[in-house]
Design a protein around this ligand. Structure first.
Ligand SMILES: O[C@H]1[C@H](O)[C@@H](O)[C@H](O)[C@@H](O)[C@H]1O
Length: 609
């Protein structure tokens, strides 16, 4: 399939090669202005990303109120958080066939409908079982949205804007997480029923998206795949703002015909992917990227950020909810940088730079935790414990805080910690001890301090620096590129299934990393855990270095050609621009009149010439 375009030339399909709309917006003389309608489509689709971010982000703040009001034990809290992510994994995996069968538009409508229903269930839930049903419902919506939205945006965007517009979806994800934390902050003062608003407000963007999509067109590529050529042409014309779409339409149509001829159709798509070398390699790259995104520990760092900030000196536990907002704001702002960079430096360089910085900042975080552990304050008081817990046996804060049943109670002056003890944490809330001096926490400066999950340390600045650096490097590249690259590396026949698998991998590793973090920290300590993440990121760096080709500027139908060589052989050839630019040498649009320039790689695209 690598020479499909060459064949088209041979067949006299002149409009295909070198035509401005076929080659993408990177043509020097092309009218590169993007029709405004494409932005409208991207906005309404990316509301799916917003809901993904909102529903995954809002639960931490809601849980603080819920656990008091509904008397939730640790198991139920865990269930309400993880059920959504688990349901997202299942629905992302099964979303592939839905997507291929019903189309992108109907799947987005379905996802927003599910989000809406989930929001209503959550806001009206009379008990924890109904809450669980609501959380599973929104999870089903998240899974479908997470795999469909990037595909839809990629399919309707012109090539020169595709990266940026798909990355806008990631911006909406982090935007959703940020708004969720603000809403959490605002409603946290409403101790009765505040959570209903937190969880229920997602209905608003869900309804907006649903209504918007009633009027928006289906992806022309999907319509063509289904043989609905008239509708496809109409949809494409509408999306391109009424411009002449003949060349782009023909280009897509021919590619689909070629694919069908070559693959013969029929059979399970996943089996066809495994049997077709280039697509199999694309799937490995796509799933690998999603796996490394989660193994870099983003959700642990986000979750743990409030504690990190507490270590850094913000001691008021009640403010923890606002601290999380600061972290998600940082994540959001740096995702914006990714949107700006993606079409300027390309996917590959952005991902590589991001991984390098993420690995280094994880090391800074780990060193910060290591120094904090080595200079951890000792326990000086050992109060008698009626419950006979193990807490009083710990000699320093470090060991005390690694035990989830204990917390550190202490006083401090400007230079040192004193009068410190390790005591059991209250069953009802980790905000105070089960008994003793830290049982009744007040804002008074004279009352002792209570540290659960962290230790007072003078190396907190290092940890804080690591956290900020981490978000600054992770968000623009590793936070966004796995979604963007996956939306463009599969041929049309495998796109839904490919994205379903890779999104499923993302959600599965999300659950795995979040569920194991506290255990990993208990066995390896915090610094061990962060050193481990930075090791995993180094593996990710090698993977991307060897296996991720540059897809910038290529028409979707051509991206597949990047995977015709052996897996992970692209590193050597992709260090510089490896996409072809076309220069027009005459007035008439014909292959002969376009020359490919600025290509020093051996990718199959070159075979055109
Ligand atoms: O791309 C997103 C983003 O980085 C989010 O902040 C994170 O929570 C998700 O897990 C990830 O898939």
């Amino acid at each position: 399939m690598g020479s499909r375009r060459q064949k088209a030339v041979d067949d006299g399909e002149q409009s295909l090669i070198g035509s401005p709309s076929a080659a993408g917006g990177d043509l020097p003389d092309q009218d590169a202005s993007t029709p405004g309608f494409v932005y409208v489509l991207a906005f309404f689709s990316a509301l799916g990303g917003f809901l993904f971010g909102y529903d995954t982000g809002v639960v931490s703040g809601a849980m603080l109120l819920l656990k008091e009001e509904m008397n939730l034990n640790a198991l139920w809290q865990e269930l309400l958080v993880s059920s959504t992510v688990g349901a997202a994994a299942l629905s992302a995996l099964s979303g592939g066939s839905l997507n291929g069968w019903l189309g992108r538009r109907v799947c987005i409508l379905l996802a927003s409908f599910i989000f809406g229903v989930g929001g209503v269930i959550l806001s009206l839930a009379p008990d924890k079982v109904v809450l669980l049903v609501g959380r599973v419902t929104v999870g089903l919506g998240i899974g479908i949205a997470s795999m469909t939205v990037p595909v839809y945006i990629a399919e309707v965007s012109p090539p020169h804007k595709r990266g940026q517009l798909v990355t806008v979806n990631s911006l909406f994800i982090t935007g959703g997480q940020f708004i969720a934390s603000m809403i959490d902050g605002a409603f946290s003062y409403m101790s009765h029923d505040g959570w209903r608003y937190m969880l229920g407000l997602s209905v608003v963007p869900a309804v907006l998206q649903f209504v918007g999509f009633l009027f928006l067109p289906e992806s022309p590529r999907w319509l063509l795949l289904k043989g609905r050529s008239q509708e496809a042409r109409l949809a494409l014309t509408r999306i391109r703002g009424g411009r002449n779409v003949d060349e782009e339409y023909e280009s897509i149509r021919i590619c689909i015909e070629e694919e069908e001829k070559e693959l013969g159709g029929g059979g399970l798509v996943i089996l066809r992917i495994f049997n077709h070398g280039p697509t199999r390699r694309a799937l490995i790259v796509g799933c690998g990227l999603q796996m490394f995104q989660q193994l870099a520990g983003i959700n642990t760092v986000m979750y743990y950020s409030a504690t990190i900030l507490q270590m850094a000196g913000v001691r008021d536990v009640k403010r923890a909810i606002w601290l999380t907002a600061a972290t998600s704001a940082t994540n959001f702002v740096f995702t914006l940088l990714g949107v700006w960079l993606v079409e300027r430096v390309g996917r590959r360089k952005l991902t590589l730079g991001s991984l390098l910085g993420t690995g280094l900042s994880l090391t800074v975080l780990a060193v910060g935790f290591l120094l904090s552990a080595q200079f951890s304050p000792p326990t000086t008081l050992h109060p008698l414990d009626a419950q006979n817990s193990t807490c009083r046996l710990y000699g320093s804060c470090e060991f005390c805080m690694l035990d989830p049943d204990c917390g550190f109670c202490y006083r401090e002056n400007s230079s040192r910690v004193f009068d410190s003890s390790c005591v059991p944490v209250s069953q009802a809330s980790t905000d105070h001890a089960a008994w003793g001096r830290c049982f009744n926490q007040t804002e008074e400066t004279k009352s002792p301090m209570w540290a659960y999950n962290y230790c007072p340390t003078s190396y907190s600045w290092l940890v804080l620096m690591g956290l900020i650096l981490y978000l600054a490097f992770f968000a623009p590249g590793m936070g966004t590129m796995p979604w963007t690259v996956n939306s463009e590396i599969y041929p049309l026949w495998a796109r839904s299934t490919g994205n379903a698998c890779s999104a499923g991998v993302n959600w599965i590793f999300n659950v795995l990393v979040s569920l194991t973090f506290l255990h990993v920290a208990q066995y390896l300590t915090y610094y061990g855990a962060f050193f481990m993440y930075s090791g995993l990121v180094s593996l990710g760096l090698l993977f991307v270095l060897g296996c991720l080709p540059e897809t910038q500027g290529l028409q979707l139908e051509d991206v597949e050609n990047l995977f015709t060589g052996p897996l992970c052989s692209c590193g050597a050839s992709s260090s510089t621009h490896n996409h072809v630019q076309y220069t027009r040498q005459g007035s008439d649009i014909s292959p002969a009149n376009y020359g490919a320039v600025e290509s020093d790689s051996a990718i199959a695209y070159i075979t055109l010439r």
